[in-house]
Design a protein around this ligand. Structure first.
Ligand SMILES: [Zn+2]
Ligand SMILES: [Zn+2]
Length: 324
């Protein structure tokens, strides 16, 4: 499925099968999860996507063909392809173990073609091996919702009481990890979303209510997955002194101005940008130990627009996965 014009539905196109260059894999896509970032890209909220573009960056597939100089995968291997598709390896960020901040990074399904397709090309150095405990469908959401959720959780430090604002794909995975680590999860959904709150409780949240409510006790940290800037202020008021508010999404509406008193007491606001391959390896090793259960709703590839619409209107429980 191809995005030809921002803000327009994806189009089904017959494209020639790409040929892997040196260091690349040609991967036959089995499943590709749908991420909120895909929606931001399609809606034109992220700057300068490749156009036309095949979206999708939570790809599970099988190596069909390897390019020259690939030594870490063979034909037939199952691979996971994440958001971070390429870095230069040379800039100050790459050289200080912060490749997620690389100035020249390329991103799957954004600046390079992704997985809403039968075949895709990926740089073998950025592909992951996936734990055998997960089938293709259940592994797909681990690759972004899980990975970025995990990086957000690491940024949150070592909180006992962790708030999560926006209980979608990333939250439902990372709440399980947080519980496994002995943390108490306080879930905040859209006000009135009783089903979402019930879902959060089922996943072990000690408390769940609308984001217009204050938690019964102060939080040590909060992660915001919903793309609404006003939640930053709400979360800041919910965290205790020294608390941290982590913005886990790639796009967020503007944060309204607020009194300095709300930040006072060494409270911190930070964002999470992309992922490193190290995050990926850590999380994919941890997930089967928790074990993180992914809740998915599948759609055939041709219904990618429907899946995106459901995500936009908040009608998904867990993660949408396209089956190829
Ligand atoms: Zn994503
Ligand atoms: Zn770099």
């Amino acid at each position: 499925m191809v995005l030809e014009q921002l803000g327009k539905p994806l189009q089904l196109r017959d494209l020639p099968t790409p040929v892997p260059g040196p260091g690349q894999l040609l991967v036959r896509v089995a499943a590709c999860a749908v991420c909120r970032t895909d929606l931001h890209i399609v809606d034109g909220e992220l700057p300068n996507p490749k156009l036309p573009l095949i979206p999708g960056h939570e790809i599970v597939g099988y190596v069909n063909e390897i390019g020259a100089d690939v030594d870490n995968f063979s034909a037939g291997d199952r691979v996971g392809i994440p958001w971070l598709g390429w870095t230069d390896g040379e800039c100050p960020y790459c050289r200080s173990h912060r490749e997620n901040l690389c100035d020249f990074a390329r991103f799957t399904g954004y600046t390079i073609d992704g997985g809403y397709a039968e075949f895709t090309i990926a740089d073998a150095r950025f592909c992951f091996r996936l734990p055998d405990e997960y089938d293709d469908i259940s592994a797909a959401p681990l690759l972004c919702a899980g990975l970025l959720g995990y990086r957000s959780l690491k940024k949150a430090g070592d909180p006992l009481r962790l708030g999560i604002y926006g209980f979608g794909a990333a939250a439902h995975l990372i709440a399980q990890v947080a519980r496994y680590e002995g943390r108490q999860v306080f879930a905040f959904t859209r006000p009135g979303d009783k089903a979402g709150q019930e879902f959060a409780r089922k996943l072990g949240a000690v408390w769940a209510d609308g984001s217009d409510q204050m938690p019964p006790e102060k939080l040590d940290a909060a992660i915001i997955f919903a793309p609404a800037g006003e939640l930053v202020l709400i979360a800041l008021r919910a965290v205790t002194k020294g608390g941290i508010v982590v913005c886990g999404g790639i796009h967020m509406s503007d944060i309204p101005s607020f009194p300095y008193a709300d930040l006072w007491g060494e409270r911190t606001i930070c964002s999470v940008a992309n992922l490193t391959r190290e995050d990926g390896k850590e999380f994919l090793a941890l997930a089967p130990r928790v074990p993180v259960q992914t809740q998915t709703q599948t759609f055939p590839l041709e219904e990618a627009n429907t899946a995106l619409d459901r995500l936009r209107s908040g009608q998904l429980e867990g993660a949408a996965v396209l089956l190829i």
